[in-house]
Design a protein around this ligand. Structure first.
Ligand SMILES: Cc1cc2nc3c(=O)[nH]c(=O)nc-3n(C[C@H](O)[C@H](O)[C@H](O)COP(=O)(O)OP(=O)(O)OC[C@H]3O[C@@H](n4cnc5c(N)ncnc54)[C@H](O)[C@@H]3O)c2cc1C
Length: 289
C-alpha cells in the first residue's frame, strides 16, 4: 500500500530540524532509517504530513571510544555497530542483540537512534541500553540535555524526548574489568520481534557482583528496567539458586499481556528461562564461573 501524501524535508543540520519541528508541530515527524515509521505509514496506521529526514546530517553517524565511554551517533545504522571492533570488544551484550535484530536488510537501514526513540517495547536495543546504563543526548532549542536510559522510556511509543528535540547521541559507559553481559531473546517464529528478551550486565570483584544492570523486552508497556533484581544480586557469587532467585524477581516485576503468541503464564515461563540463561552467560563472561 502507498503511504498518504507527505512533504519531505532533508535538512543538513540539527538546528534546521528543530526549526521545522517547531514550525509544523504535531504534523511533523523525524524520519531516520524508516524501518519502523515507513511500515506504519504504508499500512496507514498513521499519517504524517511533514517528514523531516536526518539522512542528510552526516555528523550524526559515528562510533568513538574513550577510556570511560563509547559514544554512538544517533544515525549510526545497526550494521555499523555489528561490524565495529569497539562494540565487539567492549559490549558482547550488544552483539548478542544485534545478531538477532530483524535481518541484514533492516540492520543496514535502521538506526540506533531510531530503535531507541521509537519507544517500541518490542525493540531490542532499549533493554540493552538500560542494562548497560547508557545516557542519551537530546538536542533542542535550548541546547543539549542528557537523559539516563532509565528515565527515557515512559510508556508504549512514548519517551522523554520533547516534540522539538532530536536524539543525537548514545553514550555507553565502559564497564571495568571482570564485567560482562548477555542478551537472550525468544523470537516469535519467523517474525523477528521477541516474545520476550532479557538483558543482563554484571561486574564482579573476587567473584561477587558489585554492579548489575537488568532489563527486559516485550514484557510490559515499555522496555522495563528491574533494579530490584540488581539489588538482590549485589554481593552474590554464581550459584544455581542465585540465578533462579534473581530470575524470579525479574518475572515478578514483568507485566506481559496475553496475545496470539501466548498467555501471561507462558510468557512468564519463557522469561524465567531466558533470564537464567542471560545471567549464567553474564557470570561466565565476567569470569565468575
Ligand atoms: C521486518 C522488520 C523486522 C524488525 N525486527 C526488529 C527486531 O527484531 N528488533 C528490533 O529491535 N527492531 C526490529 N525492527 C525495527 C527496526 O529495528 C527499526 O529500524 C527501528 O525500530 C527504528 O529505527 P529507524 O532508524 O528505522 O527509525 P524510523 O523508522 O525512521 O523512526 C522511528 C521513530 O523514531 C523517531 N526517531 C528516529 N530517529 C530519531 C532521532 N534521532 N531523534 C528523535 N526521534 C527519532 C521517528 O520520528 C519515529 O517516530 C524491525 C523492522 C522491520 C521492518
Amino acid at each position: 500500500m502507498m503511504p498518504p501524501a507527505f512533504e519531505y524535508y532533508a535538512p543538513t543540520g540539527v538546528d534546521e530540524v528543530i526549526d521545522l519541528l517547531e514550525k509544523y508541530g504535531d504534523d511533523a515527524k523525524i524520519l531516520a532509517g524508516g524501518q519502523s515509521l515507513i511500515p506504519l505509514l504504508k499500512s496507514r496506521i498513521t499519517a504524517i504530513p511533514y517528514l523531516i529526514s536526518l539522512s542528510g546530517i552526516k555528523d550524526l553517524s559515528y562510533i568513538t571510544e574513550s577510556s570511560n565511554a563509547t559514544r554512538i551517533g544517533a544515525m549510526t545504522v545497526d550494521s555499523d555497530l555489528e561490524y565495529s571492533d569497539t562494540i565487539r570488544k567492549r559490549y558482547p551484550i550488544l552483539m548478542d542483540a544485534l545478531s538477532k535484530l530483524a535481518d541484514p536488510l533492516v540492520r543496514n537501514m535502521g538506526t540506533v537512534g531510531g530503535n531507541i526513540s521509537h519507544g517500541d517495547p518490542s525493540n531490542d536495543l532499549p533493554a540493552v541500553m538500560l542494562a548497560l546504563k547508557a545516557t542519551f543526548v537530546a538536542r533542542g532549542r535550548g541546547g543539549n540535555r542528557n537523559i539516563k536510559a532509565r528515565d527515557f522510556f515512559i510508556d508504549t511509543f512514548t519517551t522523554a524526548l520533547e516534540h522539538d528535540e532530536v536524539l543525537t547521541e548514545i553514550s555507553i559507559p565502559v564497564w571495568k574489568e571482570h564485567s560482562g553481559g548477555s542478551y537472550v531473546k525468544f523470537e516469535k517464529g519467523t517474525w523477528n520481534f521477541s516474545v520476550a528478551g532479557s538483558a543482563v550486565q554484571l561486574r564482579l570483584e573476587n567473584g561477587a557482583v558489585v554492579e548489575a544492570g537488568i532489563a527486559i523486552t516485550s514484557m510490559g508497556p515499555k522496555a522495563m528496567y528491574i533494579p530490584e533484581a540488581e539489588d538482590y544480586l549485589l554481593g552474590k557469587k554464581f550459584h544455581k539458586s542465585v540465578i533462579s532467585e534473581a530470575a524470579d524477581i525479574v518475572v515478578e516485576k514483568s507485566q506481559p499481556s496475553p496475545d496470539t503468541y501466548g498467555s501471561v503464564e507462558y510468557k512468564k515461563n519463557i522469561l524465567k528461562r531466558i533470564t537464567m540463561e542471560a545471567l549464567e552467560n553474564a557470570f561466565r563472561r565476567s569470569g565468575g564461573m
